[in-house]
Design a protein around this ligand. Structure first.
Ligand code: MF3
Ligand code: CO
Ligand code: CO
Length: 265
């Protein structure tokens, strides 16, 4: 079922998204060569708790952590690890969901660790741009396929970039994952018609190589995560947004200047 949210519900989701964005803003100063990926988890837990919210990935389908911390060729859903020390030149994706007063938000960001290669920087730029091109299609009267098509057409127009297909965006609220599915590929003019009050995530994952990914198991076999099939780098950006009569509005913005055209008034 696809639910249309009231103005009050959207305000509550925006409050949840503001806590999540606060974690990401804090991580900008924390992520540097020499820290472990566990430091990211620790900071997120503390920040979320101090803001009266809960990390809703914890307990989701048996997942034990507030964050997914995926480094370099790890595409998504990797677990934070004390023994994983970030090195100069790495890129790290931090994906989390926050629940505040029963309202969910979901956002992933890619961070550069120290000085990264021009290729890695380009991958991050392309992936962020793909997200915003997708967001631009999230307007009343368009269809789900318009979002994925914009992401796919842009990515496939880049050299040596793969647009991951296996993992997709989704509706959000009352739970983390709701209908509709929001693929990062698709045909323009196809799929569900978008209406004001729908809340969705858009979350492209782009690889600096093949689009194909593989599943990996953590050591104790309790969890699966994803990595690129060819070992190439992967980036991801994700926002939670609401479709309105006044265009798409981002609920997890961490940069009001960059997002000025996408903020609730
Ligand atoms: N935040 C992820 C998403 O974008 C979901 C992570 S699932 C978890 O949909 F179990 F790893 F937390
Ligand atoms: Co997410
Ligand atoms: Co998501």
């Amino acid at each position: 079922m696809i639910t249309i949210k009231s103005a009050r519900e959207i305000e509550k989701m925006a409050a949840s998204g503001a806590v999540l964005a606060g974690v990401h803003k804090g991580l900008r100063d924390i992520i540097k060569p020499g820290i472990s990926s566990w430091e990211i988890e620790r900071f997120a837990n503390k920040y979320i708790e101090e803001h009266g919210a809960t990390p809703s990935e914890k307990g989701f389908e048996g997942y034990k952590y507030a964050t997914c911390v995926s480094v370099n060729d790890e595409v998504a859903h990797a677990i934070p690890r004390k023994e994983l020390i970030l090195k100069n030149g790495d890129i790290v994706k931090v994906d989390m969901t926050v629940n505040l007063d029963g309202f969910e938000s979901d956002s992933c960001w890619t961070y550069a660790v120290g000085d990264i290669s021009p290729e890695a920087k380009h991958l991050m730029d392309v992936t962020k741009k793909a997200l915003y091109l997708g967001i631009d299609q999230a307007v009343v009267g368009n269809r789900i396929g318009d979002i994925g098509h914009a992401i796919q057409a842009y990515t496939e127009g880049q050299e040596h970039m793969g647009d991951v297909r296996e993992l997709i965006g989704h509706g959000i609220q009352p739970t983390m994952h709701e209908q509709p599915n929001v693929p990062n590929y698709g045909e323009a003019g196809h799929g569900l018609r978008l209406r004001a009050g729908m809340t969705i995530t858009i979350e492209p994952m782009i690889n600096l190589g093949t689009w194909e990914i593989i599943t990996k198991e953590v050591a104790d076999k309790s969890w699966n995560y994803y990595a690129t099939a060819d070992g190439s780098l992967s980036a991801q950006y994700e926002h939670t947004l609401v479709i309105t009569d006044d265009g798409p509005k981002i609920l997890t913005s961490q940069d009001p200047e960059f997002d000025k055209d996408y903020l609730l008034s």
